[in-house]
Write a protein that binds this ligand. Sequence first.
Ligand code: FA5
Length: 344
Amino acid sequence: METLKDKIQVLRDQFAQAVAEVRDQQALQELRNLYLSRKNGHLTRLFESMKALDPEQKPAAGQELNAIKRHVQAELDRLENKLRAPSRSGPDIDLTLPGRVSYWGSPHPVLHIKERIEQIFLRMGFSIEDGPEMETDFYNFEALNFPPHHPARDDWDTLYIDDDLLLRTHTSPVQIRVMEKRKPPIRMINPGKVFRKETPDPTHLPMFFQVEGLVVDHGITFAHLKGTLECFLKALYHERIKIRFRPSFFPFTEPSAEVDIGCTVCNGGGEECRVCKGTGWLEILGAGMVDPQVFKNVNIDPEEYSGFAFGMGIERTAMFSLQIPDLRYFYENDLRFIRQFSKK
Ligand code: FA5
């Protein structure tokens, strides 16, 4: 008569053969059910057959059955791990295909230009200063020689928070903050966000970046202003860039100028150029000699010191540098646009 030992040996052999034939998860699950299912599994049935044994035979039989059960479970687990692991050979991998390169991100083009501007001014010995984006009327206007109700305030479409607090409309208030805390010589730039109540269009944004520049020392003249800006613009664009100074008005500088560069898109030759609108010139910044009244407001003697200041739009600079026809693209968060300027 076939003993329990014989039955276990037969089951072990059959199981080894079945394991060798398993190719996928479904076959594995079927095998697991066949041997371990609580209802009708081969092993379950063997355990049940133990009931018929004499009491003294049961401990040894129990040990043998537990051993084969552990073996079956371990084999099934090993097989499961093997089927889950990615196959390292076979037809479904083509090692000749190029790898998938993931996008690591890169600086936003506006921030990239901001960093380039900072590098150029750092090389010229300027420091980089900071100032608050929320300002008081005093710093944004009054100390810069805009008395209350001065019509020039209308040129800056201001977003007020209350009667006194506002979102700064330009980075010029940082001139005042720096001159209040430090005596000349001063040579600084301040890059930062500014806000204006404006409807966005190809050359205007309601939030944009400016870089303020301020130099105060003995004997500073308009020639220093011209030389510094020419040197900067040639470093940023190229040696042969055309630069033009136009008379302008700012309450805090006298004389004042607006600075244009020759159109970087049509080079001055395109009557239908969308960027310069056929004029051949692009306005890039406002500048001038610091007004003596501004010096008086911060207790610097205008008889002893003179200085120049400038304020430049970073998006406009980036627009001209990267030849982008519309400033709004910068903030639409379309990665297809942003990725064009990625270094990778
Ligand atoms: C000013 O803001 C003055 N604070 C500049 C200045 C500083 C003059 C120091 C004298 C001395 P203006 O409003 O022109 O000036 O702006 C300066 C630059 O910011 C412009 O030349 C332009 O490049 C950019 N800019 C102005 N308005 C916008 C706008 N809505 N969107 C994008 N860029 C703008």
